[in-house]
Design a protein. Structure first.
Length: 235
């Protein structure tokens, strides 16, 4: 009787532990997905604001300029036409950039090219940061929706990892394939230990990893050594 009772108690303990782990994992995943959804919603909100404040205003200005073109002054009309053409060119370029931000260029053809294209504005906007990028010349075909998650993960990682102040940082990005496994490695090296401790302890790192694992059925690991934080994404 005591033996049966002990077995029941052990089974009950295992059940409680399993249930507790499940609840903890569910809660972590829920938090991560809420964080991911919030980040993507903010991105869409900022894009909508940009459209309202810039593109729509620009299109209205172009239309009014065309409506106000004089009909009987040929020379003035030519000048106004050239001005309108310049505005239309700028408008077209802005639309092209918007299209690339919503669905990055090259994504359906090559993930390495898409990553390279994504990093170009970062390299231009942050000249004080040293970027080293190691990308393969060829890549296997995979669903664009999964590549988009990988690209958004890299983008979010850069956003949460880079200080707003001008600080000397180096970033190493490597993409590679091992058999049927794809791996993205991002290593960020900070100038001092206090900056490293601040950024590596941000909950956003954990949220990003959990969201990536759930959305891609992949794996994610982050660790720190010396002055570097290194994140590995497998899918």
């Amino acid at each position: 009787m005591n033996y049966q009772l002990a077995i029941q108690i052990i089974v009950l303990i295992v059940y409680i532990i399993t249930l507790t782990l499940f609840v903890i994992t569910y809660h972590k995943t829920q938090q991560a997905l809420q964080w991911w959804s919030g980040r993507q919603s903010l991105k869409l909100f900022l894009e909508a604001e940009k459209i309202r404040d810039e593109l729509l205003q620009e299109s209205f200005t172009i239309r009014r300029s065309l409506e106000l073109l004089p009909e009987n002054n040929l020379e003035l009309s030519i000048n106004k036409t050239q001005e309108c053409l310049r505005k239309i060119d700028n408008f077209h370029q802005s639309l092209a950039h918007l299209s690339d931000r919503l669905f990055p260029a090259y994504l359906q053809d090559s993930l390495p090219l898409a990553i390279q294209y994504l990093l170009e504005p970062w390299v231009t906007s942050y000249p004080h940061i040293y970027f080293h990028v190691d990308l393969p010349t060829s890549w296997r075909h995979e669903p664009a929706e999964r590549s988009l998650i990988v690209l958004r993960t890299l983008e979010e990682l850069l956003r949460i990892s880079l200080p707003e102040v001008l600080t000397q940082i180096s970033i190493y990005v490597r993409l590679e394939q091992q058999a049927d496994i794809s791996k993205l490695m991002v290593q960020i090296t900070y100038p001092d230990i206090s900056t490293l401790i601040f950024y590596k302890n941000l909950p956003d790192f954990q949220f990003l990893c959990e969201a990536f694992k759930f959305l891609t059925s992949g794996k994610c690991f982050c660790h720190s050594k010396n002055l570097s934080v290194t994140c590995y994404f497998y899918w």
